[in-house]
Design a protein around this ligand. Structure first.
Ligand code: SF4
Length: 511
């Protein structure tokens, strides 16, 4: 395997990890755009920068299909706030949608907002991509050498050009050819004039499921997007599979499927279970809620809360275990359930309140902007924490900036001690498969050479414990012989060779 060069990786501007993207598609429904709107709404956590919907509409008078599109920066609620966009502008019986947090291609270019849409010799084509290609840069250069003109700076556009240039006879053969050329993480919805297609990379890095609503077929990143429209879950799109929905599938009820590549072991992104996916979703054939509770349980077994100073003293108050809302809520339930089994002197409390209305932050002289922003997001319940030993359960530590400020805020409640318990191992390396991690140099675990005691000192807490890679692996399902996970951001073991590592940069293609 080629050695991976871990050079500069573009940092996101947020304080923590951002999810990559959410994709959704509907075939054969007169309300395709409205269903897609709700699907995107349920997938909003996977990308909050921009969103879009493309529909395929048959024009009987012109005897051809027309693709309608609406996309913009912002949240789904705001972009589609005018009902006329869905009912008037986005007509058509089939649609695909996309929520984006940019992990490739500049975030401020409107042309990069997905779904991407082109017209080629076989008709209209639109694409929604969740993931990141690891050979997009070299493919782009090759295509440019052959005269291809790119409209965006996104890696996903490479896929559209490869499909358009393929000389294979039918679309499925074209797709099979293309997906044996591109490498990386991709869960895709592709819309043609008369077909809806889902494709998932051979390692199954990102999730993707198939659903049914009466005679309509749905593809979605997570099952929470099926639940919101009352669609029935059928199955996952298999790694290395192309699934095609057309009128014939609607008539027969039999999915058209092709496996275009096989690997010995799948490499699902383990971070989907730790943090990215919604707890009410079912991904990689298991409920996220269940896995996340088990992760919390195993953390409590491995790193239990401290005891009271005098465990037999009934007058001494219990040790408080609290979650950082909302991302560690579920794992904290697992943690406290396990901890309570062996230690009667611990109890769960809501010590942090999260505001969901965080907007722009204005500061006065002497105020720290980051600290101000954190204060607008979190507030503490002082009475609960004062004089207590407090255990904070959080899902991960990236740069450590937010947690450091959170600890500072909690200290204002004058707790006796603060103990951090993290439901993932230390993040020591970036993600090249579609998650917006900062550069390796910005990761606190990298800065401290992986020394947990050093990290503890930087965060200024009494104790710090991470979940081990072994216990994390023990927490996730191993449903079949082929089930396996990517853990590269914890272990540096990248399952897919990355020949563009130094070029996977948001602004790489910017002109
Ligand atoms: S590197 Fe980490 S975030 Fe990226 S796919 Fe692998 S486990 Fe997921």
């Amino acid at each position: 395997m080629k050695k991976i060069k871990l050079k500069k990786f573009s940092a996101g501007n947020g304080k923590s990890i951002h999810s990559n993207c959410g994709v959704f598609g509907v075939f054969n429904n007169p309300d395709a755009s409205t269903l897609t709107y709700y699907g995107l709404h349920a997938l909003q956590h996977r990308g909050q920068e921009s969103a879009g919907i493309v529909t395929s509409q048959y024009l009987p008078d012109k005897q051809r299909y027309h693709f309608n599109v609406h996309k913009d920066f912002g949240l789904v609620l705001n972009i589609f706030s005018d009902e006329k966009i869905l009912t008037g502008q986005l007509k058509g019986n089939s649609a695909i949608g996309h929520n984006r947090y940019s992990t490739s291609g500049s975030s401020d270019k409107k042309s990069n907002i997905q779904p991407l849409k082109v017209v080629y010799k076989n008709g209209n084509l639109a694409l929604s991509h969740n993931g990141n290609l690891v050979n997009a840069h070299s493919l782009r250069l090759q295509l440019q050498d052959k005269g291809t003109i790119f409209q965006t700076t996104s890696d996903s556009e490479v896929i559209l050009h490869l499909i358009a240039r393929s000389e294979k006879e039918n679309l499925i053969e074209k797709l099979k050819e293309v997906f044996n050329i591109v490498r990386g993480a991709y869960s895709l919805c592709i819309l043609t004039d008369d077909k809806l297609i889902a494709v998932r990379d051979p390692y199954g890095i990102r999730p993707m499921c198939i659903g049914k609503l009466n005679d309509s077929y749905i593809f979605a990143s997570e099952t929470s997007a099926l639940d919101i429209i009352d669609a029935e879950y059928i199955r996952d799109v298999e790694p290395g599979e192309i699934v095609v929905i057309d009128d014939e599938v609607v008539k027969t009820g039999i999915l058209k499927s092709e496996i275009f590549a096989k690997v010995d072991k799948y490499r699902h992104c383990i971070f989907e279970y730790i943090y990215f996916s919604r707890p009410d979703s079912n991904i990689f054939n298991e409920k996220v809620d269940k896995v996340r509770r088990k992760i919390g349980t195993n953390l409590a077994i491995e790193s239990p809360p401290p005891d009271k100073d005098n465990p037999d003293d009934d007058k001494e108050k219990k040790v408080i275990v609290m979650n950082v809302p909302d991302s560690s809520n579920t794992a904290t339930i697992g943690y406290i359930s396990q901890a309570s089994r062996t230690n009667k002197n611990v109890k769960h409390e809501i010590g942090l309140i999260r505001s969901h209305y965080v907007g722009r932050t204005f500061i006065t002289p002497g105020q720290d902007k980051r600290e101000m922003r954190l204060k607008t997001k979190f507030s503490i319940i002082k009475g609960i924490l004062a004089g207590r030993k407090v255990v904070i359960v959080d899902d991960s530590i990236v740069r450590g900036n937010t947690l450091r400020l959170l600890v500072k805020l909690i200290k204002k409640a004058l707790p006796k001690e603060i103990h951090l318990r993290i439901t993932s191992p230390p993040i020591v390396s970036p993600c090249y498969y579609g998650m917006d991690f900062p550069s390796r140099e910005e990761l606190i675990a990298y800065q401290c050479g992986g020394d947990v005691e050093e990290i503890r000192k930087k965060l200024d807490v009494t104790s710090l414990k991470y979940l081990s890679v072994e216990q994390l692996m023990e927490s996730v399902p191993h449903t079949t012989e082929k089930t396996g996970y990517c853990t590269a951001c914890f272990t540096k073991k990248y399952p897919i060779e990355i020949d563009d590592a130094e070029n996977i940069d948001k602004n790489l293609f910017d002109l």
